[in-house]
Write a protein that binds this ligand. Structure first.
Ligand code: NAP
Length: 254
């Protein structure tokens, strides 16, 4: 594949939606680097051999690790043009009164602070080129909440505020920052959910199906392209129309 001369970083690219996004961007001709907290060395090597995708082991909650990794990527690839903040955890299922404070902080740390660290250290590499694309993977939970997952919902809502501020502060440098809000997407973890729960969720999705990971990757691929240069600071649901339904997913027990 002829490379486009642009470099893309995708966080949490080791599996799930992030893996699909990095594969898509690599197929589109971007030089791609995945940042992940763990990497399976064998699959990493085969990705490198087959797709030319590079990986760095980075915990996005550690600003020094992020800063150093970005410096290294910049000096190896000659630039950082695209950042997709996808890494996230959902480790905290509890009502607010019973919520474990450590788990609350951890979820905010990975899902929101992690994205902030990556944006903070990507921007200085984008500004000199007067070009940059940042996509934050939020969630429909950001706008509607999600039962017993307030730390997840709050972290994803925080990402929307951050998205808008990046636009306000850096659009004049040719940088766009947009948020994608997936509904329920058919990942391995979602695939393992009991049917009764999935069927309950399907009741409020007008398309009457779950989303596919490649549909999210397609949207990312458009938002980072030249064609999307006047789309900035937006929140795009990708949820089969679920956001139109008055019975929100928030009450669905998942
Ligand atoms: P996933 O399968 O859980 O993958 C998340 C990735 O992030 C994993 O590779 C994980 O590494 C990595 N990660 C976790 N903590 C990290 C850290 N501190 N530093 C660096 N990497 C870290 O997630 P997914 O289901 O594909 O979801 C991807 C994104 O879409 C997330 O932002 C999620 O909130 C959002 N989303 C998903 C859905 C859905 O239905 N699946 C719906 C709405 C929004 P390990 O493998 O080592 O844990």
């Amino acid at each position: 594949m002829l490379k486009k001369g642009k470099t893309a970083i995708v966080t949490g690219a080791g599996r799930g939606i992030g893996f699909e996004i990095i594969k898509k961007l690599s197929m589109e001709g971007y030089s791609c680097i995945g940042l992940d907290i763990h990497v399976d060395e064998d699959s990493y090597q085969s990705l490198k051999d087959q797709e030319g995708i590079d990986y760095e082991i980075v915990d996005v909650t550690e600003p020094v690790q992020v800063k150093e990794a970005f410096k290294k990527i910049h000096s190896t690839y000659g630039g950082i043009d695209i950042l997709v903040n996808n890494a996230a955890i959902t480790n905290n299922i509890s009502q607010i009164m019973k919520m474990d404070i450590e788990k609350w902080n951890k979820e905010i740390d990975v899902n929101l602070n992690g994205a902030f660290h990556c944006i903070k250290y990507a921007l200085p590499h984008m500004i000199p080129n007067k070009w940059g694309r940042i996509v934050n993977i939020s969630s429909m939970a950001a706008t509607g909440g999600i039962d017993r997952q307030s730390s997840y919902a709050a972290s994803k809502a925080g990402l929307l505020g951050l998205t808008k501020n990046v636009t306000l502060e850096y659009a004049e440098h040719g940088i766009t920052c947009n948020a994608i809000l997936p509904g329920l997407i058919q990942t391995e973890a979602v695939g393992k959910m009991p049917d009764i729960i999935k069927n309950e969720a399907l009741r409020v999705i007008p398309s009457n199906r779950l989303g596919n990971m490649d549909e999210v990757a397609e949207l990312v691929s458009f938002l980072v392209s030249e064609h999307a240069s006047y789309i900035n600071g937006v929140e795009i649901p990708i949820d089969g129309g679920g956001h139109c339904n008055p019975i929100s997913l928030a009450r669905t027990k998942i």
